[in-house]
Design a protein around this ligand. Structure first.
Ligand code: NAP
Length: 307
């Protein structure tokens, strides 16, 4: 069976990644779009998910590419209408709502896929395997980028629930939660809020694993020039380093892997398999760490930010 899919929220990520990935994936076809301000030529387009679901266009699944605030109502509407659901990261604006969606999908027997695209970066699976065989000493994350370049004029990202610098930072946490052989928890956090914004522009985080391994993360949106998306794991056997957002792997100083970007194609391939097997993937552990940072973090006010 080919999944008849609708995209909700035809914005930056839907156009940058989702459309091409769906096109390249067997077993899934784009049959509709719901977006208030955008349409797609040759595809039935609706204003919002309500209009789409009552339109009579046959749809099996929806992929939500809207910002996290408001995602719950859209996902609930889709599940209530008997549709499988794929969620962009982060899966929602609160922990309680993502848990509620999980319960709803279980009750209905529909597939719910909380995606983490960075986990599909090519260095992640080999790093996970390597680290399961080594003795980890420490983990250091540096995720530093220029917000003006990557998120120009995105108002929602600075609003409550938009996560600020955790919008990219959660990608790093999605990788670390995948490659670490044991769980870890936040012990301290400093969050830096521009005087005129509701979300942080930078964050320094300290974690500790079950067995006492220290993990540090620095997220910063004020980095101009070269961008840094690195995770460095010191092990007794030598360093394991993921760079370029997890697309390159350097083991004991030697580059092991430079691969093409298949993150979103992997996500859609996973979704097709989950639907075929009647399963869900609802891990939201990266969001728990971000919620903890807002709960435990010390707030610092820094220079106002203008786009
Ligand atoms: N940008 C990236 O590089 C990137 C990468 C990976 C993941 N993501 C994730 O993908 C999600 C969307 O990000 P994006 O960069 O694509 O954002 P975006 O372009 O600002 O928003 C996507 C679309 O959602 C709709 N939308 C915006 N605000 C809405 C609201 N309040 N209610 C309903 N619909 C709304 C808009 O379409 P209409 O106005 O036409 O309705 C908009 O074009 C986020 O969770 C983000 O973390 C983004």
């Amino acid at each position: 069976m080919t999944i008849r899919l609708a995209i909700v929220g035809l914005g930056k990520i839907a156009r940058d990644q989702h459309l091409q990935a769906i096109e390249a994936t067997d077993g899934i076809d784009l049959v509709a779009v719901a977006s208030r301000n955008a349409t797609l030529e040759g595809v039935p387009s609706f204003n919002d998910i309500g209009e789409l679901l009552s339109s009579g266009v046959a749809v099996d699944a929806v992929s939500l590419c809207t910002p996290p605030q408001g995602r719950f109502a859209q996902a609930k509407a889709a599940l209530d209408a008997g549709k499988h659901v794929m969620l962009e990261k982060p899966p929602g604006a609160t922990i309680a709502e993502v848990r509620a969606l999980e319960a709803l999908s279980k009750e209905s027997g529909l597939t719910l896929y909380k995606t983490w695209h960075s986990r599909e970066a090519s260095a992640v699976a080999p790093a996970r395997k390597l680290l399961s065989e080594r003795h980890i000493v420490s983990v250091t994350v540096e995720w530093k980028e220029d917000v003006r370049h990557w998120h120009p004029g995105q108002a929602w990202i600075w609003e409550p629930g938009g996560l600020g610098v955790f919008d990219p930072g959660i990608n790093a946490l999605s990788i670390v939660t995948k490659i670490m052989p044991e769980s870890f928890h936040l012990t301290a956090a400093d969050l830096f809020f521009p005087a005129n914004r509701a979300a942080p522009i930078a964050a320094n985080l300290s974690f500790e694993s079950e067995s006492g391994i220290p993990l540090k993360a620095e997220f910063d949106w004020r980095q101009t020039g070269p961008q840094t998306w690195d995770i460095r794991v010191e092990t007794e056997e030598g360093p394991v380093v993921l760079t370029h957002g997890g697309s390159r792997l350097v083991v004991d100083g030697e580059e092991r892997l430079v691969d093409e970007d298949r993150e979103y194609r992997n996500l859609y391939r996973n979704f097709v398999s989950l639907v075929a097997e009647g399963r869900s993937d609802t891990d939201f552990s990266p969001l728990v760490h971000v919620a903890d940072a807002f709960m435990l973090g010390r707030r610092h006010v820094v220079e106002a930010f203008e786009d």
